[in-house]
Design a protein around this ligand. Structure first.
Ligand code: ZN
Length: 295
C-alpha cells in the first residue's frame, strides 16, 4: 500500500522538477527509476497561434495538451522534446513518445510552468462564473499563488511512485476454470494514468465524465490483481479485459480506485478570489485557454 502525507509547495519553487515524473529504464527494461528534471523553452509567435486553436482544443483536449507540452518543453531528463516535435516528418503533429508517458498529474504543472517561464506569473482577464450569483467575472491572477500538492510516502524520503497498490473492500471475484471455485482478490496494482492513455481513448471522452472513457483508460492501467489466495497475472487480465473487470467490481471499490488515482501529486488549479458582483468567495479555475497570451 502507498501511504502519503500531504505537502504543499508554491509552484515557483519547484518548476524544474515534475511532481510525478517519468519512469526510465535501461534498454532491456531493467533498473526502473523516476526522472523528474524538466527544462522549458522560449516559444515563438507561431507557436502561440497553434496553442490558441480553439476548435482543436475543444475537439481534441488531450491531443491539444500533448501539442502544448511538446511546444513549451525543451527536454525531460535530457531526452529532447521540442526538437523532436519540430523536426519529425509529421511536423507539429507526431507527439514525442516521452510526452505520451507523462502522467496526467504533471500536465497542468507543465502548462503553468511553461507560461511562467515565458511570461512570468501574472495571467490577465481570466473569465470565471461565480457559483453564487452566476455573473461572469474577469480577474487578473498571479500564478505564484498556485500550489503543487505532493503526497510523499511516509516511509520514503522522496516521492517515488512507480505504480499504485490499491486495497479494495469487496474485491474482484474470479473463477479461473469450471472446476475451481470463485476466488476473491483484494488488491489492484495499477499504473498512473498517462497522457498517452487519454489520447488513445480521446474519441470517447465527454466533459461531464459520462460514457466509457474512464473505464477504458483505467482498465488499461491494471497490471496485476492479487490477494491471499494468489494472483491474476497481466496476461490473464488482458484476456478478461480491463473494462470487463471494472464492470464487475462494486461501485464503492471503483470509488476507492478513483480516490487512489486522484491522490497522486497534482497542481491545484483553483485560486480564491472575491466576486465583483456579490462579494462572495469564488474559485477561479485556471484552464489552458487563458495561458500563453496572444499579445
Ligand atoms: Zn457572485
Amino acid at each position: 500500500m502507498n501511504t502519503y502525507v500531504e505537502k504543499r509547495v508554491p509552484i515557483t519553487s519547484c518548476m524544474g522538477k515534475l511532481p510525478i515524473g517519468i519512469v526510465f529504464t535501461d534498454t532491456d527494461g531493467s533498473n526502473p527509476r523516476i526522472v523528474r528534471n524538466i527544462t522549458y523553452r522560449k516559444i515563438s509567435h507561431n507557436d502561440i497561434k497553434r496553442i490558441h486553436d480553439r476548435e482543436y482544443m475543444k475537439s481534441h483536449p488531450f491531443k491539444w495538451a500533448a501539442m502544448v507540452m511538446s511546444t513549451v518543453v525543451d527536454n525531460i531528463g535530457g531526452v529532447p522534446v521540442w526538437s523532436e516535435f519540430e523536426s519529425g516528418k509529421m511536423k507539429y503533429s507526431a507527439v514525442p513518445d516521452i510526452v505520451k508517458q507523462l502522467s496526467n498529474g504533471d500536465i497542468t504543472f507543465i502548462l503553468f510552468c511553461g507560461h511562467i517561464f515565458n511570461f512570468g506569473t501574472p495571467v490577465n482577464e481570466i473569465e470565471s462564473v461565480c457559483t453564487n450569483c452566476e455573473k461572469t467575472n474577469k480577474k487578473n491572477i498571479d500564478l505564484k499563488n498556485v500550489e503543487v500538492v505532493r503526497f510523499v510516502d511516509e516511509n520514503d524520503k522522496d516521492f517515488d511512485m512507480i505504480d499504485l497498490d490499491i486495497k479494495l473492500e469487496d474485491g474482484y471475484r474470479f473463477k479461473s476454470s469450471e472446476d475451481d471455485g470463485e476466488i476473491t482478490y483484494t488488491n489492484f496494482v495499477m499504473d498512473i494514468p498517462t497522457l498517452g492513455a487519454a489520447i488513445k481513448y480521446e474519441s470517447l471522452y465527454q466533459p461531464n465524465n459520462q460514457g466509457p472513457f474512464y473505464e477504458k483508460v483505467y482498465g488499461d492501467l491494471i497490471k496485476r490483481i492479487y490477494g491471499d489466495k494468489g494472483e491474476i497475472d497481466a496476461n490473464k487480465i488482458k484476456m478478461i479485459g480491463g473494462v470487463q473487470i471494472f464492470n464487475n467490481i462494486t461501485a464503492s471499490d471503483s470509488r476507492l480506485i478513483e480516490k487512489a488515482i486522484n491522490e497522486a501529486p497534482r497542481t491545484e488549479v483553483a485560486l480564491n478570489e472575491v466576486c465583483d458582483y456579490c462579494s462572495k468567495d469564488m474559485d477561479i479555475i485556471v484552464t489552458g485557454g487563458f495561458l500563453y497570451p496572444r499579445r
